[in-house]
Design a protein around this ligand. Structure first.
Ligand code: ZN
Length: 570
């Protein structure tokens, strides 16, 4: 799963609004307005300040002029960061099934700090018997989802002790897997951040965008943060072991392509050697086979424990050919009464997949009528998201990672991510003009904008301007988490309901569609294959990253298919 940017729902937070989006007391120099006279939300840009030198802590370098208050905020934040009693989940001791154990089996501990009941805020911890630990992902919560210890979309500070965490491993750069990294650094994390080579290039872009949207436009602070981040990132080639914790039992890590978005990986962690050796796989987000641009993931050879996502544990996606035909048919039907097709989409991954598919439709059907008086070859495809535009360029540069089909198209002179009808909108002024023009004219166009769950970003302005007009259509092709505006539109829109956006009630007259099969996530069959195709099946599967129904459905099938497999719903 993924999304873009911190959300506009943060207390006091209004992206680019007239009031101080930091909530600081004291007259705001940056935003030139009167104070709110209240403490800012924990984990606001005082955290960025704490990343800077101690001298800067004494300087009113951001909005705040009241130094005492500033220090009080820092003291309060630090107090909140005191270690809490750990909620450890003990895994059953796992014996090696390959050789009889000569020693007492090693006990590994799993703690799930996020993406347990839900799909956002991914953060899992593996702890060795000597207490040393690694984190897998450190992501943002969205919508109504929370951590077991109470972190949520508007309270993102790290709510667990990190003194024994030696390293962070990032599976992929979606914000719900990496968005709390600034908070992790602010909480004092000093270890390396391991990720794939492509993720190492993309991660600074993602976090820069998130900081600019949600924290500050102060370039000095952002650059300091990015410099610190780059120092910590250790890019790993796929399929190579790397020691993360030296000594005994020690820990090694290896990344393999997960087929979800560019650079995505599943993580194998191996502790100990010989008969006490144990291997754990964290799936991260697994892609579906035939995801455009990306090679399909291959199951690992073996593992003792697999911690697996289950987003679509209860669903099977349409085939790729079917979904492209449905996308085309749906757009043609939507254009029948004029109007725009709005597609909320994550900037990273989904946007590029949609472009790839639209290019295919245009390539095959350029002369076919798409709307009254317009052929497919004339319909503008608008990507209205600076981050998506950056990422589309990034995807284009990382062609070496594309799959064979995409490379064949390139060789044939096609440009799947940079075709003629594609328009990108960069500045905020151009964005506003595009919204006004499309809302008024009802001219056929396809707009792809973030965030994917409509909880922030430019799609919100389109929805506010166009949801009330029956000429327009909204097309969901990604998962909508509970509590997000996207879920509300998806649920209530088809019945003529309403949604609240930026505190405004908007009646939904636009038609709302959900197109399955465009998920960048493995479906039920793919998840079962991830386990079923391992040469040596695991002893235990721990299901995370899914709603209850999805986890239960998947657990039932896994138990049916693998006698003796211990399936744990985390
Ligand atoms: Zn993801």
């Amino acid at each position: 799963m993924g999304g873009q940017g911190w959300q506009a729902v943060k207390p006091g937070g209004h992206i680019g609004g007239a009031r101080c989006d930091r909530g600081y007391s004291g007259r705001c120099r940056q935003h030139r307005h009167q104070p709110h006279n209240r403490l800012p939300p924990v984990g606001d840009h005082d955290i960025l300040t704490r990343l800077s030198s101690p001298d800067e802590l004494r300087q009113p370098i951001l909005c705040i002029q009241d130094i005492d208050l500033h220090l009080a905020i820092i003291a309060r934040d630090l107090a909140r960061l005191q270690p809490r009693p750990r909620r450890l989940v003990m895994s059953d001791p796992v014996d090696s099934t390959r050789q009889p154990a000569q020693h007492a089996p090693m006990q590994l501990q799993f703690t799930h700090h996020g993406a347990v009941n839900g799909v956002t805020g991914s953060c899992h911890r593996l702890t060795l018997p000597d207490g040393q630990a690694v984190l897998i992902d450190c992501g943002l919560f969205q919508g109504a989802e929370t951590s077991p210890d109470g972190a949520r979309a508007d309270r993102l500070e790290i709510d667990f002790a990190i003194d024994t965490v030696r390293a962070l491993v990032v599976t992929h750069v979606h914000i719900d897997h990496v968005g709390r990294i600034p908070y992790l650094l602010a909480a004092g994390f000093k270890g390396p951040i391991y990720c794939s080579q492509a993720s190492a290039q993309l991660l600074p872009l993602v976090l820069q965008d998130a900081l600019e949207v949600g924290f500050t436009r102060n370039a000095t602070l952002i650059n300091k943060f990015l410099a610190l981040l780059r120092e910590r990132i250790v890019p790993l080639p796929y399929k190579q072991w790397q020691t993360v914790i030296a000594g005994q039992p020690g820990l090694r890590v290896r990344l393999s392509p997960a087929g979800h978005i560019l650079g995505s990986a599943y993580v194998e962690l191996e502790a100990g050697t010989g008969s006490t050796r144990q291997r754990v796989v964290f799936s991260g987000d697994l892609g579906a086979p035939y995801t455009p641009l990306l090679p399909a993931p291959r199951a690992p050879m073996q593992a003792d424990v697999v911690v697996m996502e289950s987003t679509y544990g209860d669903r099977v996606h349409d085939s790729r050919k079917t979904r492209r035909a449905r996308l085309q048919a749906l757009c043609e039907r939507a254009f029948g009464n004029g109007g725009t097709v709005l597609i909320p989409a994550f900037s990273i991954g989904r946007t590029q997949e949609l472009l790839y598919e639209l290019e295919e439709i245009i390539h095959r059907h350029a002369q076919r009528p798409a709307a009254p008086g317009a052929r497919w070859g004339q319909i503008p495809i608008v990507v209205d998201s600076p981050l998506a535009a950056d990422f589309t360029a990034g995807y284009a540069q990382l062609k070496a990672h594309w799959d064979a089909e995409a490379r064949r198209k390139l060789a044939a002179g096609r440009h799947p991510l940079a075709f003629d009808q594609l328009q990108t909108v960069a500045s905020h002024g151009d964005h506003q003009r595009m919204v006004d023009q499309l809302a008024r004219s009802g001219r056929p166009a396809i707009v792809i904008a973030a965030s994917g769950m409509c909880s922030g970003g430019r799609i919100v302005n389109y929805l506010k301007a166009m949801l009330g007009d029956a000429r327009h259509d909204v097309l969901f092709c990604g998962y909508q988490a509970a509590g997000t505006p996207g879920r509300a539109i998806q649920q209530h829109g088809p019945r003529g309901g309403w949604v609240e956006l930026d505190g405004q009630r908007i009646d939904i007259r636009a038609k709302v569609h959900t197109l399955s099969g465009y998920s960048a996530h493995a479906d039920q069959k793919d998840l079962l294959n991830f386990i079923g195709r391992m040469r040596t099946p695991p002893r235990q599967v721990r299901l995370v990253h899914g709603d209850d129904g999805a986890k239960q459905a998947l657990a039932t099938l896994l138990r049916q298919q693998h006698a003796g497999l211990d399936v744990v719903i985390a």
